[in-house]
Ligand binder design. Sequence first.
Ligand SMILES: Nc1ncnc2c1ncn2[C@@H]1O[C@H](COP(=O)(O)OP(=O)(O)OP(=O)(O)O)[C@@H](O)[C@H]1O
Ligand code: SF4
Ligand SMILES: [Mg+2]
Length: 339
Amino acid sequence: MEPILTVDKLKTSFLTSAGAVQAVRGVSFTVGRGEIVGIVGESGSGKSVTSMSLLRLLPDTARIDRDSSVLFEGQELSKLSLKELREIRGQKIAMIFQDPMSSLNPLIPVGKQVMEMMKIHHRELSRDELKQRALELFQAVRIPEPEKRFSSYPHQFSGGMRQRVMIAMALANRPDLLIADEPTTALDVTIQDQILKQLRTLQQEWGTSIIFITHDLGVVAELCQRVLVMYGGLIMEEAAIDDLFEAPSHPYTLGLLASIPALNQDKDARLASIPGSPPDMTNPPKGCPFAPRCPHARRVCAEELPPYVSVGEGHRSMCWLLQPDAPANDNPFRKEAAV
Ligand SMILES: Nc1ncnc2c1ncn2[C@@H]1O[C@H](COP(=O)(O)OP(=O)(O)OP(=O)(O)O)[C@@H](O)[C@H]1O
Ligand code: SF4
Ligand SMILES: [Mg+2]
């Protein structure tokens, strides 16, 4: 598949009074044209910072490493000015977030907001043409009675409908790449399902590539073709969706899979996740970031960052255990763990 986006050795840190937070520590991946790639991982693993780094939507305290490369449709985004990046944002790359209110203006009717978004990049269109296009978008994201809802204000919409308006805004200029950061997390399951269906339809009909960020492996299974599992600012495992579920190879992925609640379990079961907590990113472990929580950790795991090992076509894992010449078991954290 032809890549639309190629990210290479992305490293992003934040300067804070407690030291540099190494949020993203060398992340490389591609997104194919028309492909939906999921990024999954616990809170703080670097999912949002990875996606915000692509268009440098970061606070002044953020630093992106000089060697990082973000190639989008053949253009090196890291070489562009913020003004040039703004041109790309909204037109070729669009973003949707968990909280639609943060992107919608509460004082302007939603239809007008969508029209204004289009106008930025399509000054040649008349008012009627803009309105016609905006209405078509409302229909595309299944907002009922679009004519009537066009002049409503954001607060007059339910959470699910607001999220649809956000998607309509994001799609206003038919972006080639849509980055969706937990867009359905705050919504109930039925609405979430409808929005996921919508995204899939848009991908199929328009060929939009999508990066979908979530905590939820269930959502990834439903929507994505490929998935990146992140932990401690690094990609631990990358695989096609079927391979990840049928042949997961990284201990962290296994932990995530084991913590998916069964359908008959109540929602609190979700809390029964991997014991322990993520690393402090001001002082990340020099070895494998998962080592303090990994039931299979060996001495080398705490000392050196593991290399990627190819475990199948398009399937890689960052784990010492998968090395053909892996050293003998010597777990500094849990002596009883046997491999
Ligand atoms: N502005 C900031 N200043 C300092 N540290 C930050 C800043 N933004 C993020 N971080 C840190 O960077 C790391 C990665 O954060 P990020 O928001 O990417 O996590 P995430 O995987 O998106 O988590 P979540 O699932 O909770 O959204 C975390 O340790 C976070 O505390
Ligand atoms: S490298 Fe070691 S600590 Fe890290 S996941 Fe593999 S076995 Fe566990
Ligand atoms: Mg996030």
